[in-house]
Design a protein around this ligand. Structure first.
Ligand SMILES: [Zn+2]
Ligand SMILES: [Zn+2]
Length: 548
């Protein structure tokens, strides 16, 4: 029997939420419970589906099923970080049911906690949302033998945002878990720097205010909403300006809980909050104010409204559609039209204010995901939390499937995780190089830092000075054109794909003009250049003419 398998009840490919059941030796650990419908879990009600539950963070897609699970199986303990335990009740604000006081028990950061013989877990901050944890699980059989380690990232973000610091990658480097369960929300997409995203959004809002528009920011009530408010309060476009920022009741309730967890927020935020209130301020400009529901229809531009995206948004702009600009955050597995009220879809009518999409990512991008994987160096990688096409982009990456066993299970599937005893650890991760594009009339120039030439592979790539560019999904892949491929461009001869050692092969080593590792054919573009024995050019001539 394998020691490790993972049953994916929900992987948040659409809106089903995340819920994974990990079997680690004799133990069954549930990772998150974001299902809206628990029937797959409670079908055999007599038997609890798990020995314990670990909750990565308080977002609904990871946590909304925890209360129902607790009601069905009060004996299953639920754990999360301290901040998560404080944010979790926000998931059930609208329910009458009185929450059990210790629905979720708090675990400390960076301290292994042993739950059962040989089974322990350790939490690391994951960025993304205050309290969000990346969970490191270790199982050591009591009879001795090899330990097993599984890392579950939850939702994670490597960059610092305003109210939460990024995942501290250096603390997890080289952990070499047997299995890494990682979110792939943005697939292989690449994002601009966080500050740049913020500035673009602030710039757009600033323009709209200058045009005396009212701006509606529909947002998930926890996380992004607070990021937006702190951004609006501290960005130079808005500080000191006579603008009202209105916050609806649902978002305001989440803001209030942020005030309770202030001591867990980054030092810069605590410092700010020593001098002025973090959110509610009617004196300092711009003013951040709670919006009474009855005032929602009477707002006058210019103003900014931050509102829960699941509420009825049309109430804000119904009277004066033309005054409003709706800015919606880009979320890969959601279309703008799915936001209630933005399209007026409920009543079947199309009432459209101007709607634009902005990027203020709470999840890391493709390069961030691969960076994390290469730093951890797992044997198996299980991708969850992304549309199937986005996850397929990740599993299709050569730099990943060359090194790791990749899985992207659909909801309801079991992933078996055979662990090789003599697994060859993959080679060190690649460095990413950042460059700049310049478009001039008909030519595009790509500038890269010349540290890239320090890599021994550079020589081979730059061999002929010619490169080939080709689209691979959304990405543009560059590759050097080796000598032997120049022939294709000439098109007047066929490449002889025979073994390199064969005297029949058309390559520099077998060319009559190849001497002293150089080309001495004055008709060749490589004349007098140093060439490799397996190189090729259009004017290849064999050592002796073959005239059998
Ligand atoms: Zn989340
Ligand atoms: Zn999530």
């Amino acid at each position: 029997m394998t020691e490790l398998e993972c049953l994916a009840y929900g992987v948040e490919q659409a809106d089903e939420g995340v819920c994974l059941l990990l079997r680690l030796g004799p133990y069954r650990i549930m990772l998150d419970c974001g299902l809206t419908n628990l029937s797959p879990l409670v079908a055999k009600k007599a038997a609890p589906p798990a020995d314990l539950v670990l909750c990565s963070h308080a977002h609904a897609d990871h946590a909304r099923g925890l209360l129902a699970l607790h009601q069905a199986f009060p004996q299953i303990p639920i754990y999360g970080s301290e901040v998560t335990t404080q944010l979790l009740p926000l998931n059930w604000l609208k329910e009458d049911y009185k929450l059990p006081p210790h629905l979720c028990q708090a675990l400390p950061w960076r301290t292994p906690v042993e739950f059962f013989d040989g089974l322990s877990a350790e939490l690391y901050p994951a960025g993304h949302l205050p309290g969000a944890a990346t969970i490191v699980l270790t199982y050591t059989p009591t009879g001795g033998g090899r330990s097993y380690r599984v890392v579950y990232t939850g939702d994670f973000f490597l960059s610092n945002s305003r109210l939460v610091e990024g995942l501290p990658l250096e603390e997890l480097r080289g952990l070499s878990p047997d299995v890494l369960i990682v979110e792939g929300t943005f697939g292989t997409a690449r994002h601009p720097h966080r500050r740049q995203q913020e500035n673009q959004l602030a710039e757009r809002i600033n323009q709209a205010i200058a045009a005396r528009q009212a701006i509606l920011l529909p947002t998930p009530s926890l996380g992004l909403a607070q990021e937006l408010l702190v951004l609006l309060r501290s960005h130079h476009h808005f500080t000191g300006r006579d603008i009202d920022i209105w916050v609806d009741e649902t978002v305001a309730a989440c803001c209030d809980v942020y005030l309770d967890i202030l001591s867990h927020l980054p030092p810069s935020v605590q410092n700010f909050a020593r001098h002025q209130p973090l959110f509610w301020d009617e004196k300092v400009r711009p003013r951040v104010r709670r919006l009474n529901p009855e005032d929602a229809t009477a707002l006058q531009p210019p103003c900014i409204v931050v509102a829960d995206e699941t509420g009825d948004l049309s109430q804000y702009y119904q009277a004066h559609l033309e005054d409003w600009l709706v800015l919606v955050s880009q979320q890969p597995h959601r279309h703008v039209g799915e936001i209630k009220g933005v399209m007026g879809a409920e009543k079947g009518e199309i009432i459209l204010p101007a709607v634009e999409v902005y990027l203020l990512a709470q999840h890391c991008d493709g390069p961030g995901t691969t960076q994390l994987i290469h730093n951890l160096r797992p044997q198996h990688v299980i991708f969850i939390h992304g549309s199937p096409t986005y996850l397929a982009d990740l599993t299709g990456l050569e730099e990943l499937h060359n090194r790791y066993h990749l899985h992207s299970p659909g909801s309801g599937t079991l992933v078996e995780l055979p662990i090789g005893e003599t697994f060859l650890q993959p080679p060190a991760p690649e460095t990413n190089y950042e460059g700049e594009l310049t478009e001039l009339d008909t030519v595009v120039t790509i500038n890269l830092p010349n540290s890239i030439t320090a890599d021994p592979r550079w020589k081979a790539l730059a061999d002929t000075g010619l490169i080939e560019a080709r689209w691979q999904g959304e990405e543009l892949v560059l590759r050097g054109l080796p000598q032997r491929e120049l022939l294709r461009q000439g098109g007047d001869r066929l490449i002889d794909w025979v073994d390199i050692n064969s005297p029949l092969r058309q390559c520099c080593a077998n060319c009559r003009y190849f001497r002293g590792q150089r080309c001495w054919n004055p008709n060749s573009p490589l004349y007098e250049f140093k060439v490799t024995p397996d190189g090729f050019c259009p004017v290849f001539e064999p050592l002796q003419e073959r005239e059998e």
